[in-house]
Design a protein around this ligand. Structure first.
Ligand code: AMP
Length: 438
């Protein structure tokens, strides 16, 4: 007996089907337009990299590296590559900085502004809004330490939310987590505070206290949340430069009209951030899946990967979570027009004539759907309607004999009969006038 295979997508992954295409294209189109409007060029990096890149950049003690890295179960054994250990990318910034170094972008006109969009992989425990493969769009500005860049990037995210009519539904949380000068002192103060109440912390936070005490601030457990209220705050420990940086970021956001909340508990899950950290989360959701966007400044990251230290700031948007929100708000998504023309043929002779028309139209660059296997007029008109194609061409036995074709405007429900030899001109005129109405 043939052993059946499990046909479901792996847990935490999902298919994107034709029915999802309109909303995906709509959201991706907005993101692309905004990124280009910011003067960003698109970069796409490989889906897997040497695991070491993520371990070094995201931090050896972060959840993403210790628990969620999808390691590729294959050590390359080719000469010169023995023992190379790969992992699927869990986020985009590390790979982009790797590409920055590889392509010597430090000699390109500065700053470097890049965006990208594609799937990321994290071996998480899947649940709604938390996937093992999810799409993200990332935006990075490398080589500019000015605090106004942080504000302009947050404004970019704010604009994307506005384009998607989500502003009423979101909160922009912002914090400064200091730099190498002031953060160690803050960390010390934090550890001192929590040492005394250690027994009251959840087991995960007891562990975090030793390895990554800042993460105690974003624990959602009730006991830890209570303790947070009296914990020392980073803001009171910022050094003069970090304080000044934060002041300019906030003032610029005010000028740009971005509405934000100061959130002293926002620390972000990755180690590489310095100074500005921000998140955009859904207002009606306080769970871990609420974050739609996250980012911040990472001025030390490049220096940790190489000798070429330079400032950087960026953020990433989770596309599935964004799309779920867009759908929930009922925003009207423009329909996709799948093709210029739907070609309908009725009968054997008509089929042949229709192929001649099909070749002529497609050779000229038009897109034509032709369901050669379907017979009835009603069925084929139904398909044309479903495909949201404006012009249906109908060739029956009679049209085949007369060398004519019926051109039906599906949107206006009008039709006329023309000679087959005139079809290209008639259609191109009709298409251009429907795209540029007087
Ligand atoms: P992060 O790099 O963790 O800040 O992630 C950037 C954005 O990607 C988040 O704000 C989320 O919207 C999204 N995201 C992160 N992890 C997941 C996941 N496991 N499933 C779906 N979306 C995610």
């Amino acid at each position: 007996m043939v052993q059946k295979i499990d046909w479901r997508a792996p847990r935490g992954t999902h298919d994107i089907l034709p029915a999802d295409e309109a909303v995906w294209r709509f959201v991706m189109g907005i993101i692309e337009r905004r990124a280009r409007g910011f003067g960003m060029g698109r970069i796409e990096t490989p889906i897997f990299e040497r695991a070491e890149l993520f371990q070094r950049s995201l931090g050896e003690t972060t959840d993403v590296v210790t628990k969620e890295l999808f390691e590729v179960n294959h050590y390359v054994t080719e000469v010169g590559e023995e023992g190379t250990h790969y992992a699927l990318r869990p986020e985009g910034t590390a790979s982009i900085l790797r590409a920055y170094l590889e392509h010597g972008m430090h000699v390109w006109p500065q700053p470097i502004k890049l965006w990208h969009m594609g799937p990321m992989f994290r071996a998480e425990r899947p649940q709604k809004g938390r996937y093992r493969q999810f799409w993200s769009a990332g935006f990075e500005v490398i080589g500019d330490a000015d605090p106004t860049v942080d504000a302009l990037l947050i404004h970019l995210a704010w604009q994307i939310m506005g384009d998607l009519a989500l502003r009423d539904q979101i909160v922009v949380d912002i914090n400064s987590i200091g730099d190498n000068l002031c953060r160690p002192k803050y960390r010390k103060a934090l550890v001192a505070y929590y040492q005394d109440v250690r027994e009251q912390l959840c087991p995960t936070c007891q562990e975090r206290l030793l390895k990554n005490p800042l993460r105690l601030l974003d624990c959602k457990e009730a006991s830890c949340t209570e303790l947070k209220a009296d914990a020392p705050q980073m803001f009171d420990h910022l050094c003069t430069n970090c304080r000044e940086h934060f002041r300019v970021v906030l003032e610029s956001l005010d000028e740009l009209g971005v509405v934000y909340d100061l959130n002293p508990n926002l620390v972000r899950g990755l180690d590489y951030y310095t100074r500005t950290a921000f998140e955009i989360r859904a207002k009606d959701d306080d769970g871990r899946q609420a974050a739609l966007t996250g980012g911040g400044r990472y001025d030390n990251l490049l220096g940790e990967l190489s000798t070429k230290s330079t400032a950087g700031v960026g953020f990433a948007i989770g596309i599935e979570r964004l799309i779920e929100k867009v759908i929930a708000t009922g925003l009207e998504i423009p329909n996709l027009q799948t093709a210029d023309v739907f070609l309908i043929q009725l009968g054997e002779r008509a089929k042949k004539a229709s192929f001649n028309v099909l070749a002529k139209l497609t050779d000229s660059g038009l897109t034509v759907i032709c369901q050669a296997g379907q017979e009835g007029l009603k069925d084929q008109l139904g398909l044309a309607d479903k495909a949201r194609v404006r012009f249906a061409l109908i060739i029956g036995q009679r049209e085949a004999l007369d060398e004519t074709v019926i051109v039906r405007d599906m949107f206006e429900a009008t039709q006329e009969t023309i000679l087959q030899k005139d079809i290209l001109k008639v259609l191109t005129d009709r298409i251009s006038s429907s795209q540029n109405p007087q």
